[in-house]
Design a protein around this ligand. Structure first.
Ligand SMILES: Cc1ncc(COP(=O)(O)O)c(C=O)c1O
Length: 460
């Protein structure tokens, strides 16, 4: 293991990329798929905690966690130990055919976070977010005997055919790939900062649901709708939190018309918002908005590939053999998931992170959000700062209030050049989604880099 920089500051020894990184990047550009984007010239070589180092010895502070994946940071000893122990037992014996204690107990553990006394849940394991979403679509259609799926604009659900059809964020994900899945309709996401359909921040949730009811009267027979899939807090679309009451009313509409409610928690779930699942933030505020199906991936296993589609027992009615996966529920990834849950739940404590990583996400996230709101006063081009826990979006605006993607890109690069790994989302948003082991001290370092980067932007 490497030694952390004593000052806990990024250490930039070369211009980025350094010579060793540049050599890897050149080979990468020759041999890997042309679909990969390479916006930032950084080549990770090894990591520890919230720090990533490239082969030239440049160490960066990580504020994006490989897109909200590295829940426990890099090379967490508890995760490494769990993975190593499972590797010594067996790495694979297909879960579709053979039950395994490690996945049985993982299913019990995940379900325990959502089950209610009168409502048991079951779990299907896959390898990626898209697979969890595909499983959710198939189950919803199979269970209801209906075909139509409603999704939201701005959403991201993955890259497989069903998942890109449901995705509503960018046409480039769909261009040239048709035909996609039939019977999918997108309606606006209730974004309080940019209220759709002529609504206000307060009324945007009602406006979206009124729009859906209009569609039910005019173009989509509601008795043909299998499910509504939604990110309870929208990730790729801009780290957006819907208004209070929206999910509750959506739940009521689902019950009224008999369709299933699927929450895609792939990005916002696994403790990131300070609750295990982001919809539980609304439940904690006394909203009755329990879903029928939940999809999980990304943060489940601190970087090992495993996903889960959880459904109420009354909904998971498909027949044996109707769905499966060779690698899904891989035991090594399951071991990493158990270790991740240990830290999220506080069964195992991480030094400096209080009673649990979920608690730390709420605590340090609250601190970052408050500091960013102060920064908003200094920088008028920050139009909005929003989020829950360590799921935070910073939206950049032009003087006329329109989204300013170019300025966001410049800000993101200025932060990167100062040693802060970050990632854009939406039209003009930078997401703050660090590992959940981020301490207040490291958060302060990141915020200071952000401040300096924003000050360096040309005056407007
Ligand atoms: C909400 C959401 N759902 C699904 C996915 C797809 O996950 P994966 O890339 O693991 O297939 C993503 C990925 O960003 C996501 O953010």
């Amino acid at each position: 293991m490497t030694t952390l920089p004593k000052s806990r500051q990024p250490e930039l020894k070369t211009a980025l990329p350094g010579p060793k990184s540049a050599e890897i990047m050149a080979r990468d550009s020759q041999h890997l798929s042309t679909s990969y984007m390479r916006p930032y010239p950084f080549v990770p070589d090894h990591g520890e905690g919230v720090w990533l180092t490239d082969p030239d010895g440049n160490t960066m502070l990580d504020f994006f966690a490989g897109i909200a994946v590295s829940t426990t940071g890099y090379a967490h000893p508890h995760v490494v130990e769990a993975v190593t122990a499972q590797m010594k037992k067996f790495a694979h014996v297909c879960l579709t055919d053979y039950p395994q204690e490690i996945t049985t107990s993982l299913a019990e553990r995940l379900a325990a976070h959502i089950e209610r006394p009168d409502e048991k849940w079951r779990v299907f394991f896959g390898n990626s977010g898209a697979e969890a979403v595909e499983a959710a679509i198939k189950l919803a259609r199979n269970h209801t005997g209906r075909s139509h799926i409603i999704s939201t604009l701005g959403s991201f659900h993955g890259r497989t055919y069903g998942a890109i059809t449901l995705t509503g964020s960018k046409t480039k994900y769909k261009a040239g790939f048709g035909p996609l899945l039939p019977n999918v309709t997108h309606i606006p996401y209730p974004n309080p900062f940019r209220p759709p359909l002529g609504s206000t921040p307060e009324t945007c949730g009602d406006a979206v649901l009124a729009h859906l009811e209009l569609l039910f009267k005019t173009v989509i027979p509601s008795n043909e709708v299998a499910a509504f899939i939604i990110e309870p807090m929208q990730g790729e679309g801009g780290y957006i939190v819907p208004p209070a009451g929206f999910l509750t009313k959506l739940r009521q509409l689902a019950d009224q018309h008999g369709f299933l409610l699927i929450y895609d928690e792939v990005q916002a779930g696994m403790g990131r918002t300070g609750k295990m699942f982001s919809f539980q933030q609304f439940i904690a505020r006394s909203e009755e908005c329990q879903p029928d199906i939940v999809t999980l991936a990304k943060g489940v296993a601190s970087g090992l590939p495993i996903s889960a589609m959880l459904a109420k027992e009354s909904v998971m009615t498909w027949a044996p053999g109707s769905h499966g996966s060779t690698f899904g529920g891989n035991p090594v990834a399951a071991a990493a998931a158990h270790a991740t849950l240990d830290l999220l739940e506080g069964v195992v404590k991480h030094p400096g992170c209080g009673e649990s990583l979920m608690h730390n996400a709420a605590e340090v996230g609250g601190f970052i959000l408050a500091e960013l709101k102060k920064m908003q006063r200094e920088f008028p081009f920050i139009g909005d700062v929003r989020g829950e826990g360590l799921f935070i979006g910073i939206e950049f605006v032009a003087p006329d209030g329109k989204a300013d993607g170019k300025l966001r890109d410049a800000a993101s690069m200025a932060m990167f050049e100062r040693g802060l790994l970050n990632l854009d989302c939406g039209e003009s948003v930078i997401r703050v989604s660090p590992p959940l082991i981020l301490t207040r001290e490291d958060a302060q370092t990141g915020l200071q880099i952000m401040r300096e980067a924003l000050r360096s932007l040309p005056a407007r």
